[in-house]
Write a protein that binds this ligand. Structure first.
Ligand SMILES: *Cc1c(COP(=O)(O)O)cnc(C)c1O
Length: 466
C-alpha cells in the first residue's frame, strides 16, 4: 500500500481544513496541541500503510482526510480529560474504599466551593488583624463534638498514628496487644508504622487473648504509651479476651508518664448502636473515660473528607502541633472546609446529621430501599431484561464494622442474550460508569447507595445497552 503514501495530505493543508477549526473551537485546544495530535494521526496512517493494514484497500485523499479528522476528534476529546470521574456505586457498600469512601454532604461541598472560590481566613485572625493558625479553624468544633480539651487535623488517620508515635514515643516503648496489630487496606500496618516512627513496639498477650496483667508485666522504665487499636476490619470470635479501655486508662494513670492512646479507626461521632448497628465505640465516650489521645479517620463513619483527627489532652496536642511533622502532614483548606461543614452537622443534631450521605445510607429504612428497587423494577420490565427484587445484605465497607450486615433490597437483572459479566462490564464502561455486583449470573443493583437521579441514569444505561 506504500504507493498511497503520496495521497496523504500535508500537515499545513490539514491545519487549514474547516474540521480542524471546528475541533479547535469546540474543545478550546491550543493550535500547537491540535497540530501535534494531527501529526500523530497522520503518523498512525503512515504506519498502517507501510504495514499494509489500512482499513481501505484503495484509499483516496478524501478517505485519508476523513479518517484523520475522525481520529483527531476522538483523540482531542480524550486529550485533557480528567482521569478522576464520578461513578455510580450500585454495590450497596457505603464506604467503598476503591470508590472514594465517603460522599460529602451538600453543605460540605458548598463550603468547599465557597472557600476555594474566595480568599479565606485560613491563617488569619480577623478581629486582631494578625496572623493566625490553621489549627484554630476546626479545633473548637472537634472539641465540642468529642468533648476533648484540644484537637488537630492531619492528612489521614495513618498520618495521625505516625505523628503521635513519633512525637510522643520515639525511642520509647509502646505496649500493644498482639490481637490488635492490624493491617489496614494492605498498606498500613501498625507494626510497620511503629517501626517507621522510631517507637519500640512491645507486643503483649496472644492473638486471641490479652489480659490486664500482660500489660502490667510489660511496663518498664522505658514505657511511654499504652496503645489500643480498633480491629476495625476484622472480628475475632470465640475464645477471646481484650482489656477494656477503662482498665487500660486506669493502668496508664497509675504511672504519671505513661500516655493512653486509642486509635479508633473509624471514629463514630454518632452512636449507631442505638439502631442495632455494630458495636462501634463513640468518640466522646472514650474521651470521657479519660483517654489521653485518640485518633480517627475523617472519611469513614464520620462521613467527611479524607483526614486524620486527633483529639485529647491539651498538653499532648500542643506538643503535636509544635512538631515538625505537623507541617509535613497538614491538610489543605479544602479539607478543612469539608470537614468543618460535616462536623457542624453533628453539632446541630440528629436531624441535620441525616444530610451526611454516610449516615443517611447507613440508617435508611429497608422499606425505603425496597420502594426504590420496585420502582426501578417496574420501569425495566417488558424488554430484553428480566428483573427480580430480592432481600439481601449490604456491607458498610472501608474496613469498618466488618461483621455488620445491613438488610437491603437488590434488583437482580439478567439480559436475554448477554451474560452478567458482559452486562456488568458494559455498565462499567458506560458514559457514566456504573459499578455493580455479579452473583449467580445476575447483575445486582443494591439501592442502599443509589439516589433517584442515579437510578434514572442506570435505567437509561440499560435501555442504551439493550
Ligand atoms: C482505617 C484505619 C486507619 C487508617 O486510616 P486512614 O484514614 O485510612 O489513613 C488506621 N487505624 C485504624 C484502626 C483504621 O481502621
Amino acid at each position: 500500500m506504500k504507493q498511497f503514501l503520496r495521497y496523504l495530505p500535508p500537515i499545513h493543508e490539514l491545519q487549514k481544513h474547516e474540521r480542524f477549526a471546528d475541533i479547535q473551537n469546540s474543545l478550546k485546544l491550543d493550535q500547537e496541541k491540535l497540530t501535534l495530535l494531527t501529526q500523530q494521526s497522520l503518523n498512525k496512517i503512515r504506519e498502517q500503510l507501510l504495514a499494509g493494514t489500512f482499513e481501505k484497500s484503495e484509499p483516496t485523499k478524501i478517505d485519508f482526510i476523513t479518517y484523520i479528522f475522525d481520529e483527531l476528534e476522538k483523540d482531542a476529546n480524550e486529550y485533557g480529560q480528567c482521569f478522576l470521574k464520578k461513578v455510580i456505586n450500585a454495590t450497596g457498600t457505603i464506604l467503598h474504599t476503591n470508590l472514594g469512601r465517603a460522599r460529602l454532604s451538600k453543605e460540605a461541598i458548598e463550603h468547599v466551593v465557597r472557600i476555594a472560590t474566595h480568599y479565606s481566613n485560613l491563617e488569619y485572625k480577623i478581629e486582631q488583624g494578625e496572623r493566625g493558625s490553621r489549627h484554630d479553624i476546626i479545633e473548637k468544633v472537634i472539641k465540642e463534638v468529642t468533648g476533648a480539651e484540644a484537637a488537630m487535623v492531619v492528612n489521614n488517620n495513618a498520618a495521625a498514628v505516625y505523628l503521635i508515635l513519633r512525637a510522643l514515643a520515639k525511642d520509647k516503648e509502646v505496649i500493644v496487644s498482639r490481637g490488635q496489630l492490624v493491617e489496614i487496606g494492605g498498606s498500613f500496618r501498625i507494626s510497620s508504622i511503629m517501626e517507621e516512627s522510631g517507637a519500640n513496639l512491645i507486643e503483649v498477650g496472644t492473638t486471641n487473648k490479652t489480659h490486664l496483667f500482660d500489660y502490667e508485666n510489660a511496663i518498664s522504665e522505658e514505657t511511654k504509651m499504652l496503645m489500643k487499636v480498633h480491629t476495625s476490619n476484622f472480628k475475632t470470635i470465640g475464645f477471646t479476651k481484650s482489656v477494656s479501655t477503662e482498665d487500660l486508662i486506669e493502668l496508664a494513670q497509675k504511672h504519671s508518664d505513661i500516655i493512653y492512646y486509642e486509635d479508633l479507626g473509624s471514629g463514630a461521632l454518632y452512636d449507631f448502636r442505638k439502631h442495632g448497628i455494630g458495636d462501634e465505640t463513640v468518640v466522646d465516650e472514650v474521651i470521657k473515660q479519660g483517654a489521653d489521645i485518640v485518633s480517627f479517620s475523617g472519611d469513614k463513619l464520620l462521613g467527611g473528607p479524607q483526614a486524620g483527627i486527633i483529639a485529647g489532652k491539651k498538653k499532648y496536642i500542643d506538643k503535636l502541633k509544635k512538631h515538625q511533622l505537623a507541617r509535613v502532614l497538614r491538610v489543605d483548606k479544602l479539607t478543612f472546609a469539608a470537614l468543618e461543614a460535616t462536623l457542624v452537622a453533628y453539632l446541630k443534631g440528629k436531624h441535620k446529621m441525616q444530610d451526611i450521605p454516610v449516615i443517611r445510607d447507613l440508617l435508611v429504612e429497608p422499606m425505603v430501599i425496597k420502594e426504590r428497587a420496585e420502582r426501578f423494577g417496574s420501569k425495566l420490565t417488558g424488554g430484553q431484561f428480566k428483573v427480580e427484587v430480592r432481600e439481601a445484605f449490604s456491607q458498610v465497607g472501608g474496613g469498618t464494622l466488618p461483621d455488620v450486615e445491613l438488610p437491603t433490597f437488590v434488583a437482580e437483572v439478567s439480559h436475554e442474550r448477554k451474560n452478567a459479566e458482559t452486562l456488568s462490564r458494559e455498565l462499567r464502561l458506560y458514559s457514566t460508569s456504573i459499578i455493580t455486583r455479579v452473583k449467580y449470573d445476575k447483575v445486582l443493583f443494591d439501592f442502599r447507595t443509589l439516589q433517584d437521579e442515579e437510578i434514572e441514569v442506570i435505567l437509561q444505561a440499560l435501555v442504551d445497552l439493550a
